[in-house]
Design a protein around this ligand. Structure first.
Ligand code: HEC
Length: 107
């Protein structure tokens, strides 16, 4: 997978301030919800390629550690609609997104 090696050593800074989750929510709503659904559970009409329910971490195909999530978001998933966000978000924004998704985890 692209970015596998450089992502192995990244460290999640955690919730850097009290607005971190709100920032992550906004980033998700504006950039991810159109495919993954407002509740992270996918969209019925997004049949191009089914997306997993992102609240179920145990079902993630590409890993759910901080490092795996960073790799997925920054480098994307080849040959799928999941693009790469390397040139769109700063590392701080990537972590805000990851920490928002983690806050919605149910398993
Ligand atoms: C154009 C549609 C689209 C957009 C926009 C999009 N994704 Fe995805 N995403 C997908 C698809 C399709 C997959 C599944 C690929 C697969 O399973 O092979 C995916 C996979 C993922 C995965 C991996 C899940 C797993 O099983 O490991 C994560 C995490 C994820 N997306 C998060 C995000 C986040 C966060 C954003 C916003 C920054 C985002 N996606 C934006 C379509 C999209």
């Amino acid at each position: 997978m692209p970015g596998y090696q450089p992502s192995l050593t990244v460290v999640n800074p955690g919730l850097t301030d009290s607005a971190a989750l709100a920032r992550g929510f906004q980033l998700y709503r504006d950039n991810c919800a159109m495919c993954h659904g407002p509740d992270l559970k996918g969209l019925d009409n997004y049949s191009d390629m089914p997306v997993r329910d992102l609240t179920h971490f145990k079902q993630y195909k590409y890993g759910s550690t901080d490092q795996a999530l960073y790799r997925t978001l920054v480098y994307g998933i080849p040959r799928t609609a999941m693009g790469n966000f390397q040139s769109i978000f700063s590392p701080a924004q990537i972590w805000d997104l990851i920490n928002y998704i983690k806050s919605r985890r149910t398993d």
